[in-house]
Design a binder for this molecule. Structure first.
Ligand code: SF4
Length: 367
C-alpha cells in the first residue's frame, strides 16, 4: 500500500484531541491499516497528552463502532478510521477519518466497457416484460442482469468507495465530456456522501440508471452492487489504474449457490436466527419477524445474538439451518465456511413460498 498517497488526517485528529484535552482515546482502524496502527499511536501520543488504546478487534465498517464497553475503560473519544458516519449512535463521541487516496486513474481504458454496458441497458429498456412460467421465473432469478424492476433510462451511475469519493465530481465531468449522461446517486441515511456505496447498502440506485462505474478496488462492493441492482458494472481502480468489468458469470455462480441453498432448506424444520450485536448490524425486528414467519409455517426459529459470527461459535447447535440478520455479507460471502445452509431473510421467505422467484434475487440490504 502506498501510504504517502493516503491522507489519514492525523493533524485534524490531534487538533481535536488537544482542544478537548482528551486523556484517553481509542483508535479503531480497518483490517488493511492495522499494520500502521502502532506508528499512528506513536504520532498521537508524541503530539498530545493523550494515551491511545487500539481497539484491536476486527473492524469491517462503521456498523462496528467502538461502543460503551470502552467508556467503562475511561475512553473519552473514539477515532474511527476508514469509514464514514452512518445512522447509528454508538453512545461514544466519535471522530471519523475517511482516509482518502490521492490517485487519478486514466479514464480512456474504461470507456469501451461503458459503451458496451450502455448498449446492454438500452436493450433492456426496449424489452417488454410478460408473465412468466415457473421455469422462466427461476431462470430470471439466476440471471445476473436484467432481472430487477424495469428501467426508465440508461444513465451511467457513478459510485465509489470512501477513499475515492473526492474524485467523483471531477470524474462525472470527464465522463460527460466523453458523451455519457451521468448521475452520482444519493442514497439513504446509512450513507454520508453522494456516490457512496457500502457492502450492505446501494440505496442511491434508481430506475433511470442503466449501468454503473465503480471507482475503487477489490470485488466486495462490486459483487453487492450487481447483486442488488442487476445492472452491468465497470470498474476503475485508482490504486493501480486498471479498468475491468464485474464478471457476470461470477455473479451467476453466486446466484446459483443461493438458489441451491434455498432449495436445501425447503425441508428444514429448525433454524438458528442470528442477530448481530454490533450497533450498525442489529436487526432485532427483522429477526423476530423471521421467527414468527417460521412459526406460521410450523417450523422453529431460535434467536442467537452474537458480536462476531463464525462457524465455531454456532456449528454445534442442533438446528438444520441458519438465517443471518447481521451483516448481509456473512451469508453471501462466507456461507461455504458453514456446515449447514446459511441464508438471508429474503431467501428464507422464498423457501417458505412467501416471496416469488420472478421478483428476481433481492439483495439483503440494511437501510
Ligand atoms: S454491515 Fe457489513 S457490509 Fe455493511 S458496513 Fe457493516 S461490515 Fe460493511
Amino acid at each position: 500500500m502506498d501510504l504517502d498517497k493516503h491522507d489519514f488526517e492525523l493533524d485534524k485528529l490531534i487538533e481535536s484531541i488537544k482542544s478537548n484535552d482528551n486523556r484517553l482515546i481509542a483508535l479503531q482502524v480497518p483490517e488493511g491499516l492495522k499494520m500502521q496502527a502502532l506508528s499512528m499511536m506513536d504520532s498521537i501520543e508524541d503530539e498530545t497528552s493523550a494515551q491511545v488504546v487500539l481497539a484491536a478487534d476486527p473492524c469491517y465498517g462503521a456498523c462496528d463502532l467502538v461502543h460503551d464497553k470502552m467508556r467503562m475503560m475511561g475512553v473519552e473519544l473514539v477515532a474511527h478510521m476508514g469509514h464514514s458516519q452512518m445512522n447509528i449512535d454508538s453512545g461514544m463521541p466519535t471522530h471519523f477519518i475517511n482516509v482518502t487516496y490521492d490517485g487519478d486513474p486514466e479514464l480512456s481504458p474504461v470507456l469501451p466497457i461503458l459503451e458496451k454496458h450502455r448498449a446492454m441497458a438500452q436493450v433492456r429498456l426496449e424489452q417488454q416484460d410478460g408473465s412468466l412460467s415457473e421455469k422462466e421465473a427461476q431462470d430470471r432469478f439466476l440471471d445476473a442482469v436484467g432481472r430487477v424492476a424495469p428501467l426508465k433510462g440508461n444513465k451511467l451511475g457513478l459510485v465509489g468507495s470512501i477513499q475515492h469519493l473526492h474524485l467523483i465530481f471531477e470524474f462525472k465531468e470527464r465522463l460527460e465530456k466523453a458523451g455519457f449522461e451521468v448521475e452520482v446517486p444519493v442514497g439513504g441515511d446509512r450513507l454520508t456522501f453522494p456516490g457512496q456505496v457500502l457492502g450492505c447498502n446501494y440505496s442511491g440506485d434508481n430506475d433511470t440508471i442503466g449501468h454503473y462505474l465503480f471507482l475503487g478496488s477489490g470485488d466486495f462492493h462490486p459483487i453487492g452492487l450487481v447483486m442488488h441492482t442487476g445492472k452491468p458494472l465497470a470498474l476503475l481502480d485508482p490504486y493501480t489504474g486498471d479498468s475491468s468489468e464485474m464478471s457476470l458469470e461470477r455473479i451467476e455462480r453466486i446466484l446459483r449457490q443461493r438458489f441451491g441453498l434455498i432449495m436445501a432448506v425447503q425441508d428444514a424444520q429448525t433454524f438458528a436466527i442470528l442477530i448481530g450485536e454490533k450497533p450498525g448490524q442489529m436487526r432485532r425486528t427483522l429477526a423476530l419477524r423471521m421467527k414468527k414467519l417460521l412459526a406460521k409455517h410450523g417450523k422453529k426459529g431460535y434467536l442467537l445474538a452474537l458480536e462476531h459470527i463464525s462457524p465455531d461459535l454456532i456449528s454445534f447447535y442442533p438446528v438444520d439451518a441458519y438465517v443471518n440478520t447481521a451483516c448481509p455479507r456473512i451469508a453471501i460471502d462466507d456461507s461455504v465456511r458453514y456446515d449447514k445452509p446459511l441464508i438471508t431473510p429474503f431467501e428464507l421467505e422464498v423457501s417458505l413460498g412467501e416471496k416469488k422467484w420472478e421478483t428476481g434475487y433481492q439483495f439483503d440490504e440494511i437501510p
